[in-house]
Write a protein that binds this ligand. Structure first.
Ligand SMILES: *Cc1c(COP(=O)(O)O)cnc(C)c1O
Length: 400
């Protein structure tokens, strides 16, 4: 019996309805979203009911209570699992809720290897929450496989990877890391938030689990917080479904609907994000105030060859470091008109932020601290010429 005690799978499984053999765009629009069998509606209903009628005790159509399972959430889970090429997947109330469910696979005494430039919230969860519950960790530059091997302990059970990383846009060779982790009997988790399944499919590269903050590119419109986990091992999925139902950090049906709606245009949005980011990079490179531009699409980027191999495109995130350090960086961050100064990323509107004081303030002073002269851009879908003019104007005004 499944952990939800309803006999139905406790997660969205790929392969139901439109499945293998179709292209990414087709699956993004149709997987888990067959027309409603009763009304023919082409959009899955936003199923707001918290409970579902039973025709006899324990006899129901697969749903009994919306924390345990909800039809709109199941559509999203099926669609996302299909896009990641997973056996199944689970949606959560936020990216961190999804990560927390994955970390529940560990037990006190277990050890975990995390990137030395992990997303700040991931580091806080691993260090601040799980550290005090007896799960220890080592921060390692994951691009360096010798460093990963060197950090391995007899109690190491999981390696957490992000690629591209945040905010330095480092690249991890997922296939190489997966063979190292599997040779030692560990589990490889990849946070695929920056790339999305359109640009990169970690499970196909050998990862065991893929996690997302769907708040970013998947939703894509800055209007729904959410998270997702997918994997290929049904026993692990059942365990995660047990945590999802037992802990209860589930997304509401409206947020699931908004995320599903966003995913339909993921492929076209990612193509535009990538193209616009490449143009912004070209505009930043020659500017005298810019010391360096961090973008995996640049041939000089240390991860370029691996990124070219494992990604379909180089993404919409760009970081750059100002020669003058923090003072001009703060001026530029506050000096753009079109680029909104804000945390988060991956939506239609372009954002600029100062990681040292904003997204990564919680790691200031730690080994994960970010260069105070670094600015991070989430290149949106406005007219690229407008974005470039605004950014160069702010750089010039900062006298940087
Ligand atoms: C935003 C983000 C998260 C956390 O997701 P939330 O939806 O904010 O909880 C995790 N990983 C990465 C890479 C992110 O950008």
């Amino acid at each position: 019996m499944s952990p939800t005690d309803d006999g139905a799978p406790g997660y969205g499984s790929a392969g139901s309805g439109h499945g293998a053999g179709h292209g990414f765009e087709t699956l993004a629009i149709h997987a888990g979203q067959d027309p409603d069998p009763v009304t023919g509606a082409v959009v899955p209903a936003v199923s707001v009911a918290t409970t579902f009628a039973q025709s006899g005790v324990g006899r129901h159509a697969g749903y009994e209570y919306s924390r345990s399972g909800n039809p709109t959430r199941r559509s999203l889970e099926t669609c996302m699992a299909t896009l990641e090429g997973a056996a199944g997947g689970l949606a959560f109330a936020s990216g961190l809720a999804a990560e927390d469910a994955v970390l529940h696979l560990l037990r006190p005494g277990d050890h975990l290897i995390v990137p030395d430039d992990a997303y700040g919230g991931t580091y806080r969860l691993v260090n601040g929450v799980w550290g005090s519950l007896g799960v220890s960790h080592t921060s390692v530059p994951l691009g360096d496989l010798d460093a990963v091997a060197g950090a391995w302990r007899p109690t190491t059970r999981m390696v957490w990877a992000e690629t591209p990383t945040n905010p330095r846009l480092g690249i991890v060779d997922v296939a190489a890391l997966a063979s190292l982790v599997h040779a030692r009997g560990g589990l490889l988790v990849v946070d695929n938030t920056f790339a999305t399944p359109y640009l990169q499919q970690p499970l196909a590269l050998g990862a065991d689990l893929v996690v997302h903050s769907s708040t970013k590119y998947l939703g894509g419109h800055s209007d729904a917080v959410g998270g997702f986990v997918a994997g290929g091992d049904e026993a692990v999925l059942e365990e995660l479904a047990y945590f999802q139902n037992s802990i209860g950090a589930v997304p509401g049906p409206w947020d699931c609907y908004l995320t599903l709606r966003g995913i339909k245009t993921l492929a076209v949005r990612m193509e535009r994000h990538c193209a616009a980011a490449a143009r912004v990079v070209d505009a930043l490179l020659p500017h005298p105030a810019v010391a360096s531009v961090l973008y995996p699409g640049l041939p000089a980027h240390p991860g370029h060859a691996v990124a070219a191999r494992q990604m379909r495109g180089f993404g919409g995130m760009v970081s750059f470091v100002l020669r003058g350090g923090e003072a001009p960086a703060l001026e530029v961050a506050g000096g753009t008109k079109l680029w909104t100064l804000a945390e988060s990323l991956g939506a239609v509107e372009s954002l600029i932020e100062h990681p040292h004081r904003m997204t990564h303030a919680s790691v200031a002073g730690s080994p994960l601290a970010v260069d105070p002269g670094l600015l991070r851009l989430s290149v949106g879908l406005e007219t690229p010429d407008d974005l470039i003019a605004d950014l160069l104007g702010a750089l010039d005004r900062a006298g940087a």
